[in-house]
Design a protein around this ligand. Structure first.
Ligand SMILES: Cc1cc2nc3c(=O)[nH]c(=O)nc-3n(C[C@H](O)[C@H](O)[C@H](O)COP(=O)(O)OP(=O)(O)OC[C@H]3O[C@@H](n4cnc5c(N)ncnc54)[C@H](O)[C@@H]3O)c2cc1C
Length: 314
């Protein structure tokens, strides 16, 4: 537990606290929604905890430059909904929608759309950061490219609050794709399901998401949610998502991917295009972590970070 919790409201207030803490040599930890999985927002050395939840305003939508400027405590789900209301799209989609944008930037969150759209770093255009001394710096801006000097902005992204406190962020948006369709593809073995992934990427079918699902995890999710998954007869599944602006464009991609999977031993291809199927598949995907936790006495959670071609071996 920290000695004191401060719910900051502005850059100036944050700068004031940091100046004071530097002067008195008091440890400071910054916290967004506290959903991070590695304990970065825990006040191990006590001191001051700065919480950004009250800095939750969307400050500007710039349609000409396709950027949105937000305070760090804006929740990912609120930003995603705001973008969509404006027919725009903020692609980063890590599993936890109640995380803050400040937390997403500080962990360089990836998530389910990273295959096609990249990770949070790819959407950060500018940052306002309060340094440990209390000095306020502005990095980047609305420009698409900047080749002057070291990219301090990229040093801040993913630094888990160790270098400074993000108090404002300008993020890139995209036009909202008109259509999204998923395919659920069963395989007889886990290896066959995993080994198809580099081939799908090589075939340039531009999947938004490529998710691997094991039968046992799906059964946990069915129990946990009390909802049936479309198919549970196979050991492993790949869930592919495609988006685009016309049915023809999306169909082209998913037909190519479906043929490829069938030629490499997929048992079938289920189209996830009705609301009911979308809900059953994506709610199961979203509940995996909680479902496994609920069904196991002990769980060790880790990210798989090896080249794609070696995932099946791992
Ligand atoms: C169910 C679940 C699924 C997830 N799935 C994915 C996934 O698919 N891909 C992925 O990449 N991640 C995933 N995550 C991790 C997710 O990216 C983080 O939980 C989230 O980004 C943290 O945001 P937060 O607001 O909760 O930050 P916190 O947990 O509060 O903080 C996280 C870190 O950022 C720092 N920080 C927070 N705000 C600021 C700020 N304003 N300035 C500077 N530093 C700050 C904190 O000090 C801490 O080190 C998942 C998490 C959960 C719980």
């Amino acid at each position: 537990m920290p000695d004191i919790l401060v719910k900051v409201q502005s850059t100036e207030e944050t700068a004031g606290i940091m100046t004071y803490a530097a002067l008195k040599k008091i440890p400071v930890v910054v916290r967004g929604a506290g959903t991070g999985l590695v304990g970065g927002a825990v006040a191990l050395c006590k001191g001051i905890m700065i919480e950004t939840g009250a800095m939750n305003h969307i400050l500007e939508l710039d349609r000409e430059n396709l950027t949105v400027t937000v305070e760090p405590g804006v929740l990912l789900m609120d930003l995603a909904a705001y973008a969509e209301e404006n027919k725009l799209f903020y692609p980063p989609d890590p599993g936890e929608k109640s995380a803050t944008i400040g937390g997403n930037i500080s962990t360089n969150a990836g998530g389910m759309r990273a295959v096609k759209y990249g990770v949070t770093r790819d959407y950060v255009r500018g940052l306002t950061v309060v340094l440990p001394t209390g000095e306020v710096i502005r990095l980047g801006g609305k420009v698409v490219k900047n080749s002057s000097g070291y990219s301090l902005m990229n040093l801040i992204i993913g630094s888990e609050g160790t270098l400074g406190i993000i108090t404002e962020a300008t993020l890139k948006l995209l036009p909202l794709p008109e259509l999204t369709v998923s395919l659920l593809i069963p395989f007889s073995t886990i290896e066959a399901a995993i080994e198809i992934v580099p081939r799908i990427i090589e075939a340039q079918v531009q999947a938004v998401a490529i998710e691997f699902m094991e039968r046992s995890t799906i059964l946990f999710a069915e129990d946990f949610l009390g909802k049936k998954f479309p198919d549970t007869d196979s050991d492993a599944y790949i869930l592919l998502t495609f988006d685009g602006n016309s049915r023809e464009e999306v169909e082209n991609s998913f037909e190519k991917a479906a043929d490829l999977c069938l030629s490499y031993g997929a048992k079938d291809v289920f189209l996830v295009d009705t609301e009911e199927r979308k809900d059953s598949v994506w709610s199961a995907r979203g509940a995996f972590l909680e479902a496994i936790k609920a069904s196991a006495a002990e769980m060790d959670e880790c990210d798989v970070v090896v080249p794609r071609s070696r995932v099946a071996d791992l």
